[in-house]
Design a protein around this ligand. Structure first.
Ligand SMILES: [Zn+2]
Length: 209
């Protein structure tokens, strides 16, 4: 099952980002500047997307590809936050989930699409209420194998707008749809296998002649 799921997700080359939580309300988009503290942080505006989320809302890995937990951090600005790496040939992206209340993973864990890995909260210096901050940065690897953010002086400390990769479908619903499609997928595979064996049989017959 897991194998078929990963084949399905591998079949799309670019990563799709789904909604990581059930509540469906974005309260602040990338680049918006509803509050002035971004200047204090040397940024032109909001460096991610904020989702409204009551305290303790489960957060599921929302990428169509597997993600590797790079770090689980407690920081003054972001509060409790998690960084996830996806090596999407030829580029590498880092995804950030911030202001969390609880971690459900540790550095090095590999997350499957739809896997529960943390809970929303209201931690960090600048939050005005419980929400989930979701960010995305392009990174590269140095010669020691460590990741560093590229384009750090873009006005958002290297963060980019994730919305061009975003589909507003709750990731758990997306997985349910995929699971429902698997019987059809298996039937197609069965048909292809039958065709291949038929061709092999025909070739054997031809050679015998
Ligand atoms: Zn935010």
């Amino acid at each position: 099952m897991g194998q078929i799921l990963s084949i399905l997700s591998l079949s799309s080359l670019t990563m799709t980002i789904f909604r990581p939580i059930k509540p469906n309300l974005i309260t602040q988009l990338f680049g918006e500047n509803k509050v002035s503290f971004y200047k204090e942080l040397n940024m032109n505006g909001h460096n991610g997307v904020d989702f409204y989320a009551p305290m303790g809302t489960p957060v599921y890995w929302n990428g169509s590809k597997r993600g590797k937990v790079l770090s689980v951090i407690n920081d003054a600005t972001y509060g409790k936050y998690i960084e996830i790496i996806v090596e999407e040939e030829p580029e590498i992206n880092k995804y950030i989930f911030a202001h969390l209340s609880k971690f459900n993973c540790q550095a090095g864990d590999v997350l499957e699409s739809g896997q529960l890995f943390c809970y929303t909260g209201n931690t960090g210096k600048y939050t005005t209420g419980p929400h989930l901050h979701f960010g995305m940065k392009k990174v590269a690897k140095n010669r020691y194998g460590n990741y560093y953010t590229t384009n750090r002086d873009n006005g958002y400390k290297g963060a980019i707008d994730p919305m061009s990769y975003y589909k507003n479908i709750y990731v758990k619903d997306h997985i349910a749809i995929l699971n429902a499609q698997i019987p059809i997928f298996e039937r197609v595979i069965g048909f292809v296998k039958a065709l291949i064996s038929l061709r092999i049989q025909l070739n054997i017959k031809r050679k015998k002649k």
